[in-house]
Structures are given as structure tokens and as C-alpha cells.
Design a binder for this molecule. Structure first.
Ligand SMILES: NC(=O)C1=CN([C@@H]2O[C@H](COP(=O)(O)OP(=O)(O)OC[C@H]3O[C@@H](n4cnc5c(N)ncnc54)[C@H](OP(=O)(O)O)[C@@H]3O)[C@@H](O)[C@H]2O)C=CC1
Ligand SMILES: Cc1cn([C@H]2C[C@H](O)[C@@H](COP(=O)(O)OP(=O)(O)O[C@H]3O[C@@H](C)C(=O)[C@@H](O)[C@H]3O)O2)c(=O)[nH]c1=O
Length: 285
């Protein structure tokens, strides 16, 4: 029997690394992984050549331009990667009959919802260039193929530097005290949960759009307090409004998404963010 062939695109990012770790535990699968050096997703020729030589059953796209503040100026790169890059992957997936898994973000929402968590039915309205480029990526994906799983994830952390926990721990080393925003609320979500739920969704032959987060929600201040507590770091930490940082990109105030659709469809309990965070911090490599 031919082995199931997975293609992981963006192997050097935090999510890409977690997929490689998890897939290496699986038997009877073949895993091909590429980084930006091997395939720049904004380049259609490179993408087509990758798919024609590998012909994956499932392509998992972990590549993205994630620099939220930088994207305000460098929106051309953000669109090339997060929007046109996804169209390239979707086009190639359709041509070579692969199933495509892709990830979007809570930053497609404006954070103004006041009656509950964001569901898949809510209308996106991104506040910043990064969010706009990711939303356009979603649209182009759906235009090119219907053979996809699209997960919106939020506040992702794992083995890497492009996440809030890494930044917080660096600030805690360098600064006398910390100021952390208490008017931004979403769901810290681990790469481990994302990978486990994605693989379950693939096993269950799900298709379409799902919000994939850990359960519950928190402000950045609550998240930071929990990180320092678990790590045993004693540091003065003040809750402040994000406005004091005067960052280039506007961020949504409340972008927490509900994972109910996914949890109910798969009939699973998705770990609470505090539980998952503690597990991550205690087993960090
Ligand atoms: N991090 C977060 O907080 C969140 C992430 N997401 C989404 O989750 C997914 C995974 O993110 P995450 O693992 O955190 O991302 P990372 O930033 O850790 O990794 C992204 C990877 O994409 C690669 N990349 C960038 N541009 C290109 C390109 N043109 N062609 C090929 N590869 C490229 C980068 O390569 P290089 O190393 O060379 O730069 C990097 O290895 C992404 O879709 C992201 O938008 C959604 C919500 C929150
Ligand atoms: C400098 C500083 C920032 N902050 C806050 C303000 C700001 O909103 C936030 C910036 O942290 P980050 O750079 O990790 O945040 P950001 O890059 O906006 O994180 C986002 O990344 C993209 C990719 C996503 O898709 C989102 O889900 C989300 O994870 O931290 C503090 O609380 N204290 C500080 O001292």
C-alpha cells in the first residue's frame, strides 16, 4: 500500500517544526518538508515545480509573513506571501490533486464584537495590513479550490521566537518592571494543540473553515502573569492600555474565537489555555 505523503511548507517556523516532530512519530507516512530556501510560496513557478515533483496527498502550509507592525509599511511583501502565495498553493494543490491545509488568524476580526466569542459565521473586518493580507489569502484560497481545510488560529506559541512568550521572557530579563496590555483579549494557542487537532480533522475528512484555538480566553496581561508564575519569575508587572506602546499596527481589542464548531464536529475536548501553557512551559526544549 502506498504511504500517505505529507508536504510541510514553512518547515522552519514554529508550527512547521511541530508538524515535523509529530509526523515523525507516525508510521506509514512519508513526509517531505521545505523551507523558504527550497520554495518561496510567492513564486508560482517554484510552487508548481514543488508540487509536480512531490505530488503530495496533503500539503500543509505553515509559511507566512507574520510581522504585524512591519506589514503596515511592507504590505507588498505581506500580500505577496499571505495572499498571492496562498493562491499559488491553492492553484498547485488543485492541479496536482492535493488536499491543502492552511492557517489564518484572529486578526481578520476588528475586535468589536460584544456578545460572545467570534464564530465562523461572523464577518471579518481586519484593522491592519497583516490582517487584510491574511483575509485576502482566505478568499483566494476559496476561489481556487474547495479541497481545503482552513483554520483560524490565534496568539500562537511554540518552539520559536516569533511569539509573545519568547518576547515576554526577553523583556523580563532586560527590564526592571513590565507593562503589559490588558485591553487586548484573545486565546493563547499552542502549536501542539494546532497540530493534534489538524491531524484529527484530516483523519475525520473535514473540509472548510474552522476556528482552532485552545479553550477559554485571556488578556495579554493575564497571559503574561501566568507565564511568570509558572516560570517562578518574580517581576513587577503593570496592566496598561496597549495605546501606551504606540505601535504602528492597530490590533483588535477582543478577537477571541470560539473553537466549539471544531470540538463538536470532532467530539473532542480542546485543552484550556492555562493547562496547555503550563504543559508547554514545563516541558520546553
Ligand atoms: N505566530 C502567531 O502568533 C500566529 C500565527 N498565525 C498563522 O499560523 C501559521 C503558522 O505561523 P507560525 O508558525 O507562528 O509562523 P513563523 O513566523 O514561526 O514561521 C513562518 C515561516 O514562514 C516562512 N516564510 C516566510 N515567507 C515565506 C515565503 N515567501 N515562502 C516560504 N516560506 C516563507 C518563514 O521563513 P524564514 O524563517 O525564512 O523567515 C518562517 O519559517 C501562519 O499562517 C501564521 O500566519 C495565526 C495567528 C497567530
Ligand atoms: C512592547 C510591549 C508590547 N506589549 C503588547 C502590545 C502588543 O499588542 C503586543 C505585541 O506582541 P506580539 O508582537 O507578540 O503581538 P503580535 O505580533 O500582534 O501577535 C499577533 O501575531 C500575529 C501573527 C497573529 O496572527 C495574532 O494572532 C497575534 O499572535 O504586546 C506589551 O504588552 N508590553 C510591552 O512592553
Amino acid at each position: 500500500m502506498r504511504k500517505m505523503r505529507y508536504l510541510v511548507i514553512g518547515k522552519n517556523g514554529q508550527l512547521g517544526k511541530e508538524f515535523l516532530r509529530k509526523l515523525s512519530e507516525k508510521v506509514n507516512v512519508e513526509v517531505i518538508a521545505v523551507g523558504r530556501e527550497e520554495c518561496d510560496i510567492s513564486n508560482l513557478e517554484q510552487v508548481l515545480s514543488l508540487f509536480s515533483t512531490t505530488k503530495p496527498d496533503v500539503a500543509i502550509n505553515c509559511a507566512a509573513y507574520n510581522f504585524v507592525d512591519k506589514a503596515e509599511e511592507d504590505y507588498v511583501t505581506a500580500i505577496k506571501v499571505n495572499s498571492l502565495g496562498i493562491r499559488n498553493l491553492a492553484f498547485a494543490s488543485k492541479k496536482y490533486k492535493s488536499f491543502l491545509v492552511h492557517y489564518s488568524t484572529d486578526y481578520v476580526f476588528d475586535g468589536m464584537k460584544r456578545n460572545g466569542l467570534y464564530t465562523e459565521e461572523d464577518t471579518p473586518n481586519p484593522l491592519n495590513e497583516y490582517g487584510k493580507s491574511k483575509l485576502l489569502g482566505e478568499k483566494l484560497l476559496k476561489e481556487e479550490t474547495d479541497n481545503f481545510l482552513l483554520f483560524r488560529v490565534s496568539w500562537v506559541y511554540g518552539d520559536g521566537k516569533q511569539n509573545f512568550i519568547y518576547k515576554l521572557l526577553t523583556w523580563a530579563k532586560d527590564r526592571e518592571y513590565l507593562m503589559i496590555s490588558n485591553n487586548e483579549v484573545s486565546v493563547p494557542t499552542s502549536t501542539k494543540t494546532i497540530v493534534e487537532m489538524t491531524l484529527k480533522a484530516l483523519d475525520a475528512d473535514l473540509k472548510g473553515l474552522y476556528h482552532l484555538t485552545n479553550s477559554g480566553y485571556a488578556s495579554r496581561y493575564e497571559w503574561a502573569k501566568k507565564v511568570l508564575q509558572v516560570k517562578g519569575i518574580r517581576k513587577v508587572i503593570y496592566p496598561v492600555s496597549s495605546e501606551v506602546f504606540n505601535l504602528p499596527a492597530k490590533r483588535p481589542e477582543f478577537s477571541a474565537m470560539s473553537n466549539s464548531k471544531l470540538a463538536k464536529t470532532l467530539d473532542v475536548e480542546i485543552p484550556w489555555w492555562e493547562y496547555e501553557l503550563e504543559r508547554f512551559l514545563k516541558t520546553e526544549r
